[in-house]
Write a protein that binds this ligand. Structure first.
Ligand SMILES: [Zn+2]
Length: 352
């Protein structure tokens, strides 16, 4: 048996960032008001795990006027040829500004090197923009010009194609948006909470307690046996043909390494010895932090529970390539740490 020590996973699609989070800028009554009054401020729009992208697959950055128009208009859109102009529904100049403006939809994501603030605007799920990029030829007219062939795309689907600048900001925006959506009330007393710290916390109106975005740790592992075969599973809930590395949430009072061994045993009956940390990335769908591991199996007999895990198999490199080529196996998406773990074991990227 050869035990190859592999480097940590780097450059994971949703673990890249090039913009300072600038936490020191989040406090103060006018943080958002001032940012929205600054024409240099750039805003990305998020809704239900989706990002507003341009036709070229990049984040459609908005200026404050454009973001306000999108928010106020309830907006704008339609299928090809039926596009509405957001200006007709609410010109930027008509949107209230100043301290009276509701701040609970704005998130301060960070600051560029030149000091320009970067915000996200949270649009309601029912906002009438086209959903997730369909149809592809939608036109969205914003004050600074039309978005052609743009629309909403899920971060999960497009994350691998974003550059580091946009990926880091988009991941934070989607994570915060999902947390706000799911935590409108105080977990201590049930009273409504209000947004504070420019979107990075919520405060209970009744008891004053402060609450911060939840991140739930999950482990995900490339389990390899003494013949260097990789263990992949097919969960009962997944589409036909989808195979991936095993994964599961860390339970209360459990270490990540313990969770790796427990999850592998529960899902496949395989026992795991050595566990080696490989890297991590946020997975804000809605609130996970994926902790990646390489794990060495000390047994090979597979026995799935048949409920959560429908099937699990050991793959050789040749076997996996053949199964992918034939369409028998669909690998996890390019934005996932699962894909990175599989490809690190394989030694190079695998073509879908
Ligand atoms: Zn409370």
């Amino acid at each position: 048996m050869t035990h190859v020590t592999r480097p940590a996973l780097t450059d994971l699609p949703l673990a890249r960032a090039s913009v300072a989070r600038a936490a020191e800028l989040r406090d103060g009554p006018r943080v958002l008001t001032d940012a929205l009054a600054d024409r240099r401020t750039r805003v990305l729009a998020v809704r239900d795990g989706g990002l507003l992208l341009d036709g070229d697959g990049a984040v459609r950055w908005l200026d404050p006027a454009g973001a306000r128009a999108l928010l106020a208009a309830g907006a704008a859109v339609g299928e090809a040829g039926a596009a509405t102009d957001v200006r007709s529904a609410g010109a930027p100049g008509d949107v209230p500004t100043g301290d009276a403006e509701p701040h609970d939809v704005w998130l301060l994501l960070g600051a560029e090197d030149d000091g320009a603030r970067v915000l996200a605007v949270r649009l309601p799920d029912e906002h009438p923009l086209p959903v997730r990029g369909e149809p592809a030829d939608v036109l969205v007219h914003l004050p600074d010009g039309p978005v052609t062939r743009g629309g909403w795309h899920s971060l999960r689907a497009v994350g691998a194609g974003l550059d580091a600048h946009d990926a880091g900001l988009a991941t934070a925006a989607v994570a915060l948006d999902a947390w706000h959506d799911r935590h409108p009330r105080c977990p201590r007393c049930g009273a409504p909470t209000r947004v504070a710290q420019a979107g990075w916390s919520r405060v209970c109106e009744a008891d004053g307690s402060e609450h911060y975005p939840r991140t739930d740790p999950a482990v995900i592992m490339a389990v390899v046996d003494d013949d260097d075969r990789l263990l992949l599973g097919h969960a009962a809930a997944w589409p036909a043909g989808r195979w991936s590395t095993l994964a599961g949430f860390v339970e209360a009072g459990e270490s990540a390494e313990q969770a790796v061994r427990r999850e592998v045993a529960e899902e496949t009956g395989v026992e795991v010895g050595d566990v080696e940390y490989a890297g991590s990335q946020p997975w804000p769908f809605p609130g996970s932090l994926m902790l990646g591991f390489r794990a060495r199996a000390t047994s090979t007999r597979v026995q799935v529970d048949g409920v959560e895990m429908a099937e699990a198999r050991w793959f050789t490199r040749e076997g996996l390539v053949a199964a992918v080529a034939s369409g028998e196996v669909l690998l996890p998406g390019g934005a996932s740490i699962a894909r990175a773990l599989v490809e690190q074991w394989f030694g190079r990227p695998i073509a879908d």
